[in-house]
Design a protein around this ligand. Structure first.
Ligand code: AMP
Ligand code: MG
Length: 411
């Protein structure tokens, strides 16, 4: 653990992320589930194919199968039988013969090529071939998609809908996956009211836990919601300890800076250990990462934009590591910024933007406007971050900036 006090000033974003990820040991518990339950689960073993896909050479077209050698001195062959999908031709196609064949049907013995029916003239029991073709045309070969024994998906893959289809094509109907994570959510603040409660003077509706729960559901973890905890040291300690008993990770929001009612840091120091505290990023400077006796702890700032952005860029990668998920690095693009952007050097900015393209196909990005850390609609309207390095100052319209598309679990 890095002591917050030994790092003078603010910790660079990349260092914070690396330090945090290095401190996390992924869970090891696994379970066996049905393929139909596999969506968004994480494989705990490599999957190699038990069969060739496709299992047999087959036709890519509705047409006629034959041996190319049969057509060296003639253009007409005798129709000798049929091969339908699931009902293969049982005999061997002889020189001078062809076989009626349907898409997906097994290639008959003795055939190496298929002509599509549009290029054939059929009369009685003979077929005239009208076009030139190469040996192997319109044949799909056994194992051309996946070879028996081939690595199909590596341990750590989060399964997509397509992956489920690929696994089904291999005949796999049971999977070994890592168990789901349990993640506790705690909102702290005297002013926060749960939905359905009346707002008294000075109150606001608690919203962070709703957005966070959505992100966590998209990550396919179990959410344990502790609701709102008031700004009271012992209430917060009790909630953190309870959450720690039930969860692999605890995410709180609010009370993480240095105000009079900010107890997160204090309580974390009493019952766990704190890894770092202030990150050179905007939004989101105050962010706590630490360990409770049984779980990881993420202390997000209360401001909704800061909470969401730190959850997205720090807590989510940490949870992915904890659940053994190997995720591809975020894709960044260069785009022309069409709006002026305010920024002073010092922190790395993650401004919210809308990435699109102009009529020439060039990538362009527009700011979503006011970037205040309380303005949650600045994320709702966006599809990407405009990522501005710490040392960068303001950006003028027309300059090229780096953008990073939002992850699928985010917004
Ligand atoms: P804090 O980090 O506790 O100082 O809170 C910073 C700002 O975020 C304050 O304006 C809080 O009212 C607001 N805030 C804190 N937690 C939440 C929450 N769960 N939902 C909505 N706003 C919040
Ligand atoms: Mg607060």
């Amino acid at each position: 653990m890095v002591d917050c006090c030994s790092a003078p000033g603010l910790m660079p974003f990349a260092q914070a992320l690396d330090t945090m990820l290095a401190a996390i040991s992924p869970i090891t518990d696994t379970e066996t589930i049905a393929l139909t339950e596999g969506l968004a689960r994480i494989l705990s073993t490599d999957i190699t194919s038990p069969i060739n896909v496709p299992p047999h050479n087959n036709s890519a077209m509705d047409g006629y199968a034959f041996a190319q050698a049969s057509l060296v001195n003639q253009d007409t062959l005798t129709l000798a039988g049929r091969s339908m999908a699931g009902q293969p031709y049982q005999g061997t196609c002889q020189t001078g013969q062809c076989i009626r064949i349907m898409t997906g049907a097994k290639m008959p013995a003795g055939c190496d090529t298929v002509e599509m029916q549009e290029n054939c003239q059929v009369a009685d029991e003979s077929v005239k071939f009208l076009a030139a073709r190469k040996t192997g045309d319109n044949v799909r070969y056994a194992g051309e998609d996946i070879k028996q024994g081939q690595l199909v998906f590596a341990k750590g893959r989060r399964l997509t809908a397509i992956d489920i289809g690929v696994l089904a094509s291999l005949g796999i109907h049971k999977l070994k996956v890592f168990r789901k994570l349990n993640v506790a959510l705690i909102a702290t603040g005297d002013e926060l009211k749960a939905l359905g409660e009346p707002l008294a003077e000075g109150d606001i509706f608690e919203s962070n836990s709703y957005a966070l729960a959505g992100m966590l559901k998209n990550l396919n973890v179990n959410v344990i919601n502790f609701g709102v905890i008031v700004d009271d040291e012992s209430a917060i300690r009790k909630a953190f300890l309870q959450a720690d008993q039930q969860a692999d990770a605890v995410i709180s929001s609010g009370g993480v800076s240095v105000g009079d009612a900010d107890y997160t840091k204090l309580v974390l120091e009493q019952i766990g250990e704190i890894a770092f505290w202030k990150i050179a990023m905007k939004p989101g400077k105050p962010f706590a990462f630490g360990k409770l006796p049984n779980s990881l702890f993420f202390g997000l700032p209360g401001n909704p934009v800061s909470a969401m952005v730190t959850a997205d860029l720090l807590a989510m990668p940490a949870l992915m590591k904890l659940q053994n998920c190997h995720s591809a690095p975020a894709i960044t693009f260069k785009a022309k910024c069409l709006t002026d952007l305010r920024k002073s050097p010092g922190r790395m900015d993650f401004q919210r933007g809308v990435l699109s393209h102009n009529s020439d196909g060039e990538l362009i990005v527009n700011s979503t406007g006011s970037q205040g850390s309380g303005i949650l609609t600045s994320i709702a309207a966006a599809n990407c971050y405009i990522v501005l390095p710490a040392e960068q100052g303001k950006v003028l319209a027309g300059e090229i900036v780096n953008v990073r598309l939002f992850e699928r679990y985010f917004a």
